[in-house]
Design a protein around this ligand. Structure first.
Ligand SMILES: [Zn+2]
Length: 253
């Protein structure tokens, strides 16, 4: 089965509704490739390694969370940008990228899918553009301590995590926001979280966690954003009967 580039773009846009977001880069078709698409490869970041893997997998389209173009770039096609673009263009591969719309989708997005992995149920949203998810354990239980929650996250995601703050008391209300959402910590505290899970921590959040008695858990930017792209790509691939393959390029950050 196959579809056209344009129909595929319309399907991604219909699902993710990029017009609703103020974002740091363009959402949608970032690099135009061949007109007819049979196979989609999804991944977290349009790195050279992922592009090479997509070429190897004979993809017609790559669907990612982190595309190539961001606000604040100088616009020059040099270095890593030249290498990545050259590969995409030489192999006529379409690059579709969706950033905040992919974080936010209530069912297939990064936050929803991270919650699913962690056995968390969201009952509310918080923070700028409603990107933060707030809830607790899907079974209604709580974690005995922040250390117990951190240990649990470490085991589920199979990677080390950083935990700061709230040493002793139980954790019931859990807020989470995938990726580099450390700036959402204060909004999570204001929304009543006992713990906040995101990908990265910066220096100030360690102090806020200690001073406010709210646990901060950093579980890795990549690790927290590994689930949305394959979920969305497989949904859309199924609509058209296309092949889909998720390729995880490991990233310790
Ligand atoms: Zn990210």
């Amino acid at each position: 089965m196959s579809t056209t580039r344009q129909d595929l773009l319309q399907a991604f846009d219909a699902l993710l509704q990029p017009a609703r977001f103020k974002d740091y880069g363009p959402n949608g078709l970032q690099v135009e490739g061949r007109a007819q698409i049979q196979k989609i490869v999804s991944g977290v970041t349009a790195s050279r390694a992922l592009i090479e893997a997509a070429i190897e997998a004979r993809a017609d389209a790559l669907f990612v969370h982190h595309g190539l173009f961001w606000r604040g770039q100088d616009g020059c096609v040099t270095g890593w940008m030249k290498q990545r673009l050259a590969l995409l263009l030489a192999h006529d591969i379409n690059l579709f990228a969706y950033h905040l719309p992919l974080d936010a989708h209530p069912e297939w997005g990064n936050n929803a899918q991270l919650g699913l992995q962690l056995g968390l149920h969201a009952s509310a949203r918080f923070g700028e553009q409603d990107l933060g998810f707030m809830g607790g354990r899907a079974d209604g239980g709580s974690f005995a301590s922040a250390a117990a929650l951190a240990d649990y996250v470490k085991n589920v995601l199979n990677r080390p995590v950083v935990q700061v703050g709230r040493a002793q008391s139980a954790i019931k209300n859990i807020a989470w926001c995938s990726g580099g959402a450390q700036g959402y910590f204060e909004a999570a505290i204001a929304a009543g979280a006992d713990a906040f899970i995101t990908g990265e921590i910066s220096e100030p959040q360690a102090h806020y966690a200690r001073e406010m008695g709210v646990a901060f858990i950093a579980c890795g930017h990549h690790a927290s954003e590994r689930y949305g792209a394959p979920a969305v790509a497989s949904q859309v691939a199924a609509q058209f009967g296309l092949d889909h393959q998720f390729i995880d390029i490991d990233n310790p950050a």
